[in-house]
Design a protein around this ligand. Structure first.
Ligand code: DQA
Length: 137
């Protein structure tokens, strides 16, 4: 299986950013552990702070990969463009969030991704990503 984790804005700061919410592990450290744990999965990772770059990546992989694990971060709540990209492609998308967005501010309750996602996993910390990987196996 060929899967990609696509991370949106500020997720490059994992391990440094609001560690009470997002934990103190960097994504690089987490990604290493997860690639070791699932050696049969061709797992890639892409991160951008730029909305259009995330859309370009979704389009690039969206007709050939087996699955996309998408944490669009703050763009989840604002980006019709990313939502449309998820709708336009053939590869199934699992929407992921580290935190339970429903237990946080009202503006995090809205998602432009969910309606076109195959599923949504949130609130399990970085383990949310792993649960999404397992869903594709
Ligand atoms: C997040 C939740 C978003 O509301 C927030 O803007 C993020 C991270 C999460 O993984 O919990 O940057 O997507």
């Amino acid at each position: 299986k060929k899967l990609i984790i696509i991370n949106g804005p500020n997720l490059n700061l994992l391990g440094k950013r609001e560690t009470n919410i997002y934990g103190d592990l960097s994504f690089t450290e987490f990604f290493e552990s997860i690639t070791d744990k699932y050696p049969n999965v061709k797992l890639e990772h892409y991160q951008s702070n730029i909305e259009g770059e995330l859309i370009d990546k979704i389009q690039d992989v969206g007709f050939s990969y087996d699955g996309i694990i998408l944490n669009a971060a703050a763009y989840t709540h604002t980006s019709i463009g990313i939502g449309d990209a998820v709708k336009a492609i053939e590869t199934p998308v699992i929407e992921v969030h580290i935190s339970n967005t429903f237990s946080r501010e009202e503006f995090r309750h809205q998602s432009y991704i969910s309606t076109n996602a195959q599923g949504v996993i949130l609130g399990f910390g970085l383990q949310s990503y792993e649960l999404a990987i397992q869903s594709f196996l």
